[in-house]
Design a protein around this ligand. Structure first.
Ligand code: ATP
Length: 235
């Protein structure tokens, strides 16, 4: 269950070249929480998780992971603090098999999951372990991308729209995976457009608008705040 903040973001600013897109983000994620970033297209959700991972070159403010200031650290050093990102494009190596893809990541922290544990969590990856990356469905690719970061030992996961473009049955499967990871003490920040999915997996939701956090809604309070949320998301 939720404990002390694992991630503390204060006044985070971010730029793509001269284009200023994050304008003082303030939020935190407790150890063991699943938190979503919700917001319209272009609000800055992806940019926020890239900045946390150290993948946005120009950033300022404060991002602390387990109390360590990371704002000036490179991505590979942030990875060693146990942070991992699963980008929207997933980054599967199409010429390699499922199992080869899973044997690529370096061990960055203690507690990387064995192939056996991975196959328990993702039975279809076991069936497909000799298949080439290109032969996988979108859902299988997404699971492989998540599985691969579980191999590193990272316990703090940044997931960028894992359900995008996937069939409902696969979305449910990814939901069960996230629930299982939460049970095991993983901390997860989820960028999500699928609001129902977000409600089914997260403890809290932050609303992002024009590079700022404009609201925070506890999952239990979601129904009571539904009109407000629809207004934020323009749905
Ligand atoms: P989406 O769901 O569309 O990905 P988002 O909330 O994740 O939305 P971001 O991708 O973080 O939004 O984009 C925030 C802003 O930064 C947008 O105005 C976008 O056009 C701009 N942007 C994103 N990537 C780049 C880039 N590589 N170079 C320049 N501008 C970018």
């Amino acid at each position: 269950s939720a404990g002390k903040p694992l991630l503390q973001v204060d006044g985070l600013e971010g730029w793509y070249g001269e284009s200023h897109v994050l304008h003082g983000m303030d939020f935190h994620v407790n150890d063991g929480e699943v938190v979503t970033l919700l917001g319209r297209n272009g609000a800055g959700k992806t940019t926020t998780i890239k900045a946390i991972m150290g993948l946005l070159n120009k950033r300022a403010g404060s991002v602390k992971v387990g109390g360590t200031e990371t704002i000036n650290l490179q991505a590979r050093h942030i990875a060693r603090l146990g942070v991992a990102i699963c980008p929207e494009e997933r980054g599967i190596f199409s010429s390699l098999s499922v199992e080869e893809n899973m044997n690529l990541p370096p061990k960055l922290a203690e507690g990387g999951l064995s192939l056996e544990r991975i196959y328990d969590l993702f039975p279809n990856l076991k069936e497909r372990r000799r298949s080439q990356g290109t032969k996988l469905s979108g859902g299988e690719q997404q699971m492989l991308a998540i599985a691969r970061i579980l191999r590193t030992g990272s316990k703090f996961l940044l997931l960028d729209e894992p359900t995008e473009g996937l069939a409902p049955v696969i979305v449910q499967q990814i939901g069960r995976t996230i629930a299982a990871l939460k049970q095991e003490g993983f901390t997860i920040v989820l960028v999500e457009q699928n609001f129902r999915f977000a409600a089914s997996v997260a403890d809290r939701h932050y609303v992002v608008e024009q590079g700022k956090i404009v609201d925070m809604i506890e999952n239990e309070a979601l129904d009571a705040n539904i009109d407000k949320l629809h207004a934020y998301l323009g749905v």
